[in-house]
Design a protein around this ligand. Structure first.
Ligand SMILES: [Zn+2]
Length: 105
């Protein structure tokens, strides 16, 4: 109960445009209080060639409670973690909402 895993990532704040290291709380993995980073196998969506998941994180740069970020998982491995502006720049559209993932588990 109340457990989560963390994805540690460096991401640029949309307000200050400064990069900082953040911890994204996720509840759609096995929630054993592990820390994941780029390149790690996350034991999720192993059979999918590419999956984008939208998450929100607390920003230490501007103290905003929730900036969106997007995590790309390929065959169970974290391959990218990008900001919303980068996501839009690339014209990506399809993603899963992390909140829905949590509810479905
Ligand atoms: Zn910010």
């Amino acid at each position: 109960m109340g457990l989560y895993d963390l994805i540690i990532a460096e991401i640029t704040c949309p307000n200050t445009e400064k990069a900082s290291t953040i911890g994204i709380q996720i509840k759609w993995t096995d929630c054993s209080q592990k820390n994941y980073k780029l390149g790690d196998n996350i034991n999720f969506a192993k059979n999918m060639s590419s999956l984008w998941i939208q998450v929100y994180y607390c920003c230490s740069q501007c103290n905003t409670v929730s900036h969106p970020a997007y995590i790309n998982i390929r065959k169970g491995r974290i391959t990218e973690i990008i900001s919303e502006s980068e996501y839009q720049k690339r014209g990506l559209e399809d993603f899963l909402d992390a909140k829905e993932l949590t509810q479905n588990l």
